[in-house]
Design a protein around this ligand. Structure first.
Ligand code: KIV
Ligand code: ZN
Length: 403
């Protein structure tokens, strides 16, 4: 089924990086509900939280680890013994636990945030990974702010953590600073230069500050990354993380250009997006790719005519393929007669010919005054001036001449 295509692991961090964004915090029970949906969605790994950050998050991660058995459950930890141990306690009951430990490697973070030297950071990173490996077979390391780190130093740190036992090396574009061709070169350089790299999986974690998170992620896959970190609806720190639905559907819709696949069941994308929106009480922006409420909506007359004739005219994927309700024809001042006639017929008022022209004129006058014309408005137009005998279901086409 995926002949000639390479599998990519999906690491969902909605419950950790996503939850860290303003207005997105979740209660333990809500995190558990979403974790179950993520399992149903078919992601490979979920990052359930950052256990040292609060007792509530520790408990949430612990509960998810015990409950969600079909996929890997990761917990985040800084590179110190307290964090690593706490992360392990939270996930020790998981069927397949992973400790994810991170430390910044850029000079700006080392100097101003951590106030340690490059050598000290390298030692902390290797030490934390070694400790994590004593507890857990599956250890991921992230050099935070990797894309603004000195490449030679970054490679040295990666080599040290591989030697200490890291099994996944995640390269974060923490501040959404890189661009696709540059990120591709960074991943290629890591592959070429880091000793022992073949023993580890390369992962990427892109933020969206320049709106390039998904493009950077796809560029990294071309360079050899085999795990992508992402979130539902693209939520996450500041402008968010790479959106899971966009990465997955890009591969799904364009296997010719992107010969990769994931284990995601695409028809669970919309339910996951809606569940998240319900939990955090805000929806993705209306024009958000794949999951925005306008992603499958059409208002312009030419587009409506095209979609009604054949959805492929203006839709590169079906709403059903992502579990969304069917496409939405929105009636407004840009709509044409085809869409209007179809909606009238659906409401039980089939019209055509002169009658259609007449209703269309009244509809456009109303649409100029109102943004959208709803079914109630249409029913008002259709029934206005009709004799009492005129009931929905009766065609006016034949009697239009008498109007
Ligand atoms: O953006 C980032 O660098 C992170 C790390 C913890 C992976 O979220
Ligand atoms: Zn992040």
């Amino acid at each position: 089924m995926h002949e000639g295509r390479t599998g990519i692991l999906v690491f969902d961090t909605t419950l950790r990086d996503g939850e860290q964004s303003p207005g997105c915090s979740m209660r333990p029970g809500e995190k558990l509900r979403l974790a179950r949906q993520l399992e149903k969605l078919g992601v490979d790994i979920i990052e359930a939280g950052f256990p040292i950050s609060s007792e509530g998050d520790y408990q949430a991660v612990r509960q998810i680890a015990a409950d969600v058995r079909g996929i890997r459950v990761a917990a985040l930890a800084r590179c110190n013994a307290g964090d690593v141990t706490r992360a392990w306690q939270a996930i020790e009951r998981a069927a397949r636990p992973r400790i994810h430990t991170f430390l910044a490697t850029s000079d700006i973070h080392l100097q101003f945030k951590l106030k340690i030297s490059r050598q000290q950071a390298l030692e902390h990173a290797a030490g934390a990974v070694a400790l994590a490996r004593q507890l857990c077979d599956d250890v991921e390391f992230s050099p935070e702010d990797a894309t603004r780190s000195d490449l030679d130093y970054l490679c040295q740190v990666l080599e040290a953590v591989i030697a200490a036992g890291a099994t996944t090396l995640n390269i974060p574009d923490t501040v959404g600073y890189t661009v696709p061709h540059e990120f591709r070169r960074i991943i290629e350089a890591i592959q070429a230069r880091v000793k022992g790299i073949e023993k580890a999986t390369i992962s990427v974690h892109c933020h969206n500050d320049l709106g390039l998170a998904v493009a950077n992620t796809l560029a990294a896959i071309h360079a050899g990354a085999r795990q992508v970190e992402c979130t539902i609806n693209g939520i996450g720190e500041r402008a968010g993380n790479a959106a899971l639905e966009e990465i997955v559907m890009a591969m799904h819709v364009r296997p010719d250009a992107l010969p990769f696949f994931t284990n995601v069941n695409t028809s669970e994308i919309w339910p996951a997006s809606r569940l998240l929106s319900e939990i955090i009480s805000f929806a993705p922006q209306p024009n958000k790719a794949i999951v925005g409420c306008n992603a499958f909506a059409h208002e312009a007359g030419i587009h409506q005519h095209g979609v009604l004739s054949n959805p492929l005219c203006y839709e590169i994927m079906t709403p059903e393929s992502v579990g969304a309700p069917g496409n939405r024809i929105v009636l407004g001042k840009h709509s044409g007669r085809h869409a209007l006639a179809k909606r009238c017929a659906e409401l039980g008022w089939p019209i055509s010919g002169e009658r259609l022209n007449e209703i269309y004129q009244r509809f456009i006058e109303l649409a100029d005054r109102k943004k959208n014309v709803y079914d109630q408005d249409l029913l008002g137009i259709l029934s206005a001036g009709r004799p009492a005998a005129a009931e929905p279901g009766m065609s006016f086409a034949a009697s239009a001449a008498g109007d």
